[in-house]
Design a protein around this ligand. Structure first.
Ligand code: 3PG
Length: 413
C-alpha cells in the first residue's frame, strides 16, 4: 500500500528480516561536570519508531549525532544507546565506529529484532560537508553503509533542516521512509501554525540572535503572529541594536552574534514591526551572590545580564496569559543557574495557565519545561529547534526533500 504523501512512511515497506538504517536526532543536553545526559526527551521521542521496526522484525541499525565536532559536548553515543535500551527495555548494542570494519561487521551480524547503535556521525568531516543531497549521496558514509542495508528511515525531525550526509544522502541510493516522530511533528505543527488561534504570541529566546530578525520578518509577513517577545541573549542583542548600552560583560557574551549586518537587520525589523515586538524592560544580574533586577534605564551593568528582570516577567506573563496560541523557542535566561531560572519558568507558567494552545520548540527548551514540571501541561512539545524554525519560515526541509526524491526513484513494496 502506498501512502498519499509525496514521500514514503513506515506503512509502505515490509521490513521483516530486512536491514534498516534509522537516522534519529538524539542530540541531548549534557552535564558540563561529567558529560552525562541531562535530559533524554529526544531519545524518548523516537522510541515508538524503534519499537515498531523491531516489532516488524527488522535488523535495526541506528545512527545519530551529538553536538558538533570540536565542541565540548561532542561525545560518543554509548550512553545514548544505554538510555534507549532502558526506555525500550530491549538490549541495544553499541559500536563506537561509523563506517569502519567494526561497524560493518556488527551490521552483518545483526539478527531480526536486534538493535545496533553506531558512533557519532559528526566525528566525520564528510557528514557536515556543504553539499546538497546529490553530493552527499556520494559521501563516504553512504558509500560504506548503503550496500549493507535494505531500507533507510529518517526520524530525525530535530535535524531535518540540515543537508548533511547521514540525513539526505541515503534516500537517493536506497528506498527510504519517514519515521513516526517526523510524521507526528509535521502533523501537529501544521495543525497549530497553518492557521493559529488569535491572538498568538511567539517568545523567542536562546543564544542564536542572528536567526531571530529574519524569523520575525517572515512570521509577521505571513500574519502568523500578533506579538513577538524577545528574551535571553537574543533579547540583550535586540536591546543593543535599539541603542541600549548593555555593558561590556553582556556584549562580550554576544560578540560573535553582534555583527553589523545582524544589528542592521534587527533595526529594520524593529522599524517595520516595532508595535508588535516586546523587549525586556529590565534584566537580572548576579550581585553579591544574589539575583538583582536592573531597569534598562539604569544600564550598563558591569555584571552580565543572565535573565530577564522581574518587571519584564510580570509584563510578559500578562500578554501570554491572554493569548490563544503561545510558542516558545529558546530559554529566557541561564535557567540552569539557581535564581536565573525565574524568567524561563515564569513565562512557561503563563503559557500553561493561558486558555490557548502552548507549544515548546527545541531540545533545550523542552528540557527546561521538563525540569520545571510544565512539559505535561503544554499542548505540544516539539523536538525541533532549528527545524521547527525552518518549518515556521516556510522554507523546505532538506530531509523531506530527499525523502520525496527517494519516492520518485524507488517503488513501494
Ligand atoms: C538541534 O539540536 O537543533 C539539532 O540536533 C541540530 O543540531 P545542529 O544545530 O548542531 O545542526
Amino acid at each position: 500500500m502506498t501512502t498519499k504523501q509525496d514521500y514514503y512512511t513506515l506503512d509502505d515497506f515490509n521490513f521483516k528480516d530486512k536491514t534498516v538504517l534509522l537516522r534519529v536526532d538524539t542530540n541531548c543536553p549534557l552535564s558540563k561536570e561529567d558529560l552525562s545526559i541531562v535530559n533524554d526527551v529526544r531519545i524518548r521521542a523516537v522510541t515508538p519508531t524503534v519499537r515498531e521496526l523491531i516489532g516488524k522484525r527488522a535488523k535495526l541499525v541506528i545512527i545519530a549525532h551529538q553536538s558538533r565536532k570540536g565542541k565540548w559536548d561532542c561525545t560518543g553515543l554509548e550512553q545514548h544507546a544505554k538510555r534507549l535500551s532502558k526506555n525500550l527495555n530491549i538490549p541495544v548494542k553499541y559500536v563506537d565506529d561509523v563506517i569502519g570494519d567494526k561497524a560493518k561487521q556488527a551490521i552483518m551480524d545483526l539478527k531480526p529484532g536486534e538493535i545496533l547503535m553506531l558512533g557519532n556521525v559528526r566525528t566525520m568531516d564528510s557528514e557536515t560537508a556543504k553539499l546538497d543531497m546529490v553530493g552527499h549521496s556520494e559521501g563516504e558514509i553512504v558509500k560504506a553503509l548503503a550496500p549493507l542495508i535494505d531500507y533507510y528511515v529518517c526520524d530525525a525531525f530535530g535535524a531535518a533542516h540540515r543537508s548533511q550526509c547521514s540525513l539526505v544522502g541515503f534516500p537517493l541510493k536506497v528506498p527510504s521512509a519517514s519515521g513516526r516522530l517526523m510524521a507526528r511533528e509535521l502533523y501537529a505543527l501544521r495543525s497549530i501554525f497553518d492557521n493559529p488561534r488569535r491572538p498568538s504570541v511567539f517568545i523567542l529566546g536562546g543564544a542564536k540572535f542572528g536567526d531571530v530578525p529574519h524569523m520575525i520578518d517572515v512570521v509577521m509577513e505571513h500574519g502568523m503572529v500578533d506579538t513577538v517577545i524577545i528574551v535571553g541573549l537574543a533579547g540583550n542583542a535586540f536591546l543593543y541594536a535599539r541603542g541600549v548600552d548593555i555593558g561590556e560583560a553582556s556584549s562580550a557574551i554576544l560578540k560573535d552574534e553582534l555583527t553589523p549586518e545582524n544589528i542592521e537587520i534587527a533595526k529594520q525589523v524593529m522599524t517595520k514591526y516595532g508595535q508588535h515586538i516586546l523587549l525586556p524592560v529590565d534584566v537580572a544580574v548576579e550581585r553579591d551572590g544574589k539575583r538583582v533586577s536592573v531597569n534598562i534605564g539604569d544600564m550598563p551593568t558591569k555584571e552580565p545580564a543572565l535573565d530577564i528582570g522581574d518587571l519584564s516577567i510580570d509584563k510578559f506573563q500578562k500578554v501570554i496569559e491572554s493569548s490563544k496560541t503561545s510558542f516558545m523557542s529558546g530559554p529566557a535566561g541561564m535557567f540552569e543557574k539557581p535564581g536565573f531560572e525565574m524568567g524561563t519558568k515564569g513565562l512557561m507558567e503563563a503559557m500553561v495557565n493561558s486558555k490557548g494552545l502552548s507549544v515548546i520548540g527545541g531540545g533545550h527548551t523542552a528540557s527546561a519545561a521538563e525540569k520545571f514540571d510544565y512539559a505535561d501541561r503544554m499542548s505540544y512539545l516539539s523536538t525541533g529547534g532549528g527545524a521547527l524554525e525552518t518549518f515556521l519560515l516556510r522554507e523546505p526541509l532538506p530531509v523531506i526533500e530527499a525523502l520525496k526524491e527517494s519516492k520518485k526513484r524507488f517503488p513501494a513494496d
